[in-house]
Design a binder for this molecule. Structure first.
Ligand code: G6P
Length: 595
């Protein structure tokens, strides 16, 4: 999705280089064009490219301009096609801006411009920059132009705006789209993603919905509804996680390997065996309120994690839980229930819209499970359970998904009384089991899964609590390889779908022997050319010509956590055979931040 990274330097400096470094850190979000603009000698020097950062690099000047202000953007085309004209920054005579979000009343705004002919592209953002220009021609104040603009605009926006008349100042505004300001000794950074903030940043300021203002070389001034306001700040804690792949061929593979440590981190931060409690004070506080019914609300992979959460909450904690895709949720009779939002980014628009008028929260109890600290969602919901997955740079989610299902399991244990708490022991062995499983698995799969390039249909099969992980496994296959892939439970499998051009991936709890027989007989009789069977521990049932992957012996309740890395690695190996771009698959956004 689109990303903003802008910089105002206290002293003149090589702004463009800083912008490129910052943007580089958010390329994982997915994008199709990129651009930067440096304000120098009362002129916006705009450089843009369609494609990726590699296309931008040759266009950069050999000698970077020394300036105070620069704005940068990666664009994921939603409103207007992928073109140089539509790429950001967009500029008028005095203004240049970068914009995330969608202006919904552009048809009312455009006719206010004196000359519509100035518009060269197709985006709402270009209308906004010319609208600011038009307002400025009347009042000669960039700040009042912005103030008037946000009064008249409708929709969602995060804006960073440079004006030639204020070479040491950067305007900003936000509504329903994330924007954070970071202060460092060298200056201020405005970014849509906390992950792009340099390590030098010491303090973060979080503008709220409807805020606008400016940052100069000394301070941040925030307004809302024509009144100056003070917004909360928090220290910037750097994650110490390197932005490099190390010895791994992709971030995705690296992040799959980080999963044992993610589970360790979840346990360390939430579980503590003392006489008075099994949990750390913060986790104990998060689970203090237990309701008999729950709604789990999420999108994409996080939604599939919720499906598993629903299963555990019912089986372990006896809570009647229902999963909802956020776009389909309307606070359905939610007064007496706990509404739990599950999100890697905490910025997914379909979730955030539930907190705005006229949908305002109708639940008495809300909580969220979020990986990205300081996200918009974490500021809207009182109980926040962090997921401890660390920064996920691959667009396709792996370790964040595992962190979500592990944390949901822990929640179910916490609400499951004495019996529930006994299951925590199953989590404690998980990191070591994951270590054993992941070690060497990728090399094994890369050697043993043949490059079946003519296979164009992948079928995932499972039963019971394994369905959510095969839907996620199937999604990983689609996301990484662009292959049609479908997940079925045994009971609902349309048999005709298995044919010589399909590959079958079966996840089986080895205690379900009748099902195993049925599935394998099916696979053989219908001639799927290649069959992979994943079981929890050894099984004699698997015919020799199937590729049999055994997780370490484990209880069926935690088998989903162990089968998941196998499914991730299968999708990765197939994608590599097909030559796909692993970390930034075509047309895949990390999180969808516009409705
Ligand atoms: C989009 C992405 C998915 C992601 C989903 C939810 O659909 O393409 O990969 O799982 O958003 O994102 P979130 O950040 O809310 O977990």
């Amino acid at each position: 999705m689109c990303g903003i990274f802008s910089f105002i330097s206290r002293e003149p400096s090589s702004i463009a280089t800083v912008l490129v470094e910052g943007l580089q850190k958010i390329t994982y979000r997915g994008y199709d064009s990129v651009g930067v603009s440096v304000l120098h000698n009362e002129e916006h020097h705009v450089i843009k490219a369609v494609g990726n950062m590699d296309q931008l690099a040759p266009l950069m000047p050999k000698k970077s301009l020394q300036a105070h202000v620069g704005i940068g953007h990666i664009r994921w085309a939603t409103n207007g096609s992928v073109s140089l004209q539509n790429a950001h920054p967009v500029a008028s005579k005095h203004f240049a801006l970068v914009h995330n979000g969608i202006i919904s009343n552009i048809d009312d705004i455009a006719p206010r411009l004196p000359k519509i002919s100035v518009l060269k592209g197709e985006t709402d953002s270009e209308v906004v920059v010319h609208f600011c220009e038009h307002l400025w021609s009347n009042n000669r104040s960039s700040f009042f132009s912005l103030e008037r603009a946000v009064e008249l605009l409708e929709g969602s926006w995060a804006l960073a705006i440079a004006c030639t008349k204020n070479p040491e100042s950067l305007l900003f505004a936000r509504k329903q789209s994330p924007l954070i300001i970071g202060e460092a000794p060298e200056g201020f950074y405005l970014a849509s993603d906390i992950g792009s903030m340099p390590d030098t940043v010491t303090e973060l300021t979080f503008p709220e919905d409807g805020d606008y203002g400016f940052v100069n070389t000394k301070e941040i001034i925030v307004y809302n509804n024509k009144k100056e306001v003070v917004r909360p700040t928090s220290p910037h804690v750097t994650t110490q996680q390197t932005a490099t792949k190390g010895s791994f061929s992709s971030f995705l593979l690296k992040e799959i390997h980080e999963q044992p440590d993610v589970v360790r981190s979840i346990l360390k931060n939430n579980v503590q065996k003392t006489e008075s409690s099994s949990f750390t004070p913060s986790f104990a506080e998060s689970v203090r309120i237990r309701t008999a019914r729950m709604h789990l609300i999420a999108c994409g992979s996080s939604y599939y994690a919720s499906l598993l959460g629903v299963h555990w909450l019912e089986k372990i904690a006896n809570i009647a839980a229902s999963p909802y895709i956020a776009s389909e949720y309307y606070w359905q009779c939610a007064e007496d229930k706990m509404c739990a939002f599950i999100s890697q980014s905490g910025e997914t628009a379909d979730i955030l819209r539930l907190f705005s008028e006229p949908l305002k929260p109708k639940a008495k109890h809300t909580m969220c499970l979020i990986n990205s600290a300081h996200s918009s969602l974490s500021r809207l919901v009182p109980r926040v359970i962090p997921l401890y997955a660390g920064v996920e740079r691959s667009v396709a989610s792996t370790k964040a998904f595992l962190s979500q299902i592990t944390t949901l399991f822990l929640l179910a244990c916490a609400w499951g009384g004495e019996e529930g708490r006994k299951h925590i022991a199953k989590l404690e062995t998980l990191p070591t089991l994951l270590d054993t499983l992941i070690k060497g698995s990728y090399d094994f799969l890369a050697t043993n899964i043949p490059p079946l390039l003519d296979i164009n249909h992948y079928i995932f099969l499972s039963a019971e609590n394994l369905y959510p992980i095969i839907v996620e496994g199937s999604l990983k296959m689609k996301e990484l390889s662009y292959i049609t892939s479908t997940a079925y439970t045994f009971d609902n499998m349309p048999f005709l779908h298995i044919h010589p051009h399909s590959m079958l991936i079966i996840v089986l709890n080895k205690d379900h022997e009748p099902l195993a027989h049925e599935a394998l007989a099916l696979a053989l009789q219908d001639h799927a050319p290649f069959v992979i069977v994943i079981t929890n521990g050894p099984s004699d049932l698997i015919p020799p010509h199937c590729l049999h992957l055994e997780t370490p012996e484990c209880d069926h309740l935690v088998f989903p956590m162990l089968a998941t890395p196998f499914l991730q690695m299968i999708a990765l190996v197939v994608a590599e055979h097909r030559g796909s771009c692993i970390d930034q698959p075509r047309n895949l956004a990390k999180s969808v931040t516009v409705e």
